[in-house]
Design a protein around this ligand. Sequence first.
Ligand code: MG
Length: 372
Amino acid sequence: MTRIRRLEVYEVKLKLEEPFTISSGTSTYSHNVVVKFVDEDGRTGWGEGSPSYRVSRETVGSNIEAIKSVAGKIIGLDILKLERLREILAKIEGNPSAKTALETAFLDLMGKELQKPIYRFMGGYRDSIVTDFTISIRSPEEMAKNALKAVEKGFKILKIKLGVSPEEDVERIKRIREAVGPDVKIRVDANQGWKFDDAVYVLNKIADYDVELCEQPLEAGDLKGHARLRKESPIPIMLDESVHGVVEAVKAIEMEAVDFINIKLMKTKGVSEAVTLAHLAESYGIPCMVGCMGESRIGISMGVHFAQAIKNVMLVDLDADLLQAEFLVEKGGASIAPGGIRRVPEVPGLGVEKVDETKLIRRFTVGGGVEL
Ligand code: MG
């Protein structure tokens, strides 16, 4: 039996290549929490949280406090007793990103103990996945230019951010489709930006340009609206902000408010709940996507393991690390190849081999002789 000996918690800020704009605002960097476990054999497990106040009412500060509140219980834990970790995580209120950071670091160690990549013992369904690439909100002309650039880089699926003004949103999709041609898959995300009538208008107009699905057209709490909209929209509806975990998913599915669910490890209460959510949705015949917040390649690699592992994770939006201008992972982690193909390395655990620790700001350490 091998136990966790030390837990280190860090904060990190990573500049984005360009400001990233969605209907609710603009960000210029990713602000994340990084967790490092060290076990009795000196092996390390890495995990990351990328909290969103807008989506889950959590911040880097609240994540760090949440981790601190359970850190003492994690020290001494057997690295194969995942359910014991989940029992500890259940004591944390809110702060889903903190839970996922801790569970990722745990799974990294578990994989090293089992000598298997995480995805192989999580389900092992596929050997690689294809991610989309996100186009942030700009003028229709600029977005068409950026979309074409992404296609020239090799991406075959684009996720277009919308939700600003209905007329312009239609123009955005028209220009983008004209620029990229018929062979590129286009999905859109309004991030709750439309009123009901706007959504009906835009979705019926952009259906002419072959749009795969629309994510979160209306406010998160408006499940009735989404159920009504599904009947008037020629484009299937995916819920993101409305569905954090299994409880909201059941409600949305029972209300017939959803065609697809966007699972994010930063919204579910850890990685295990994401697996449960994907399986639950599968039993209702609802396919899922895995999405991301502002993770570096540490958190994104966990997402790729999840997507490779689970059959019902049919769509992938794991590109946050590709939008960053600074790199935390120096070696290893999920690779990216032309076509948007991503895969994790066939090594034990998460597969992140070297982290640039000079970018990390230490917040606290517990265990290994260090007390809180
Ligand atoms: Mg979304």
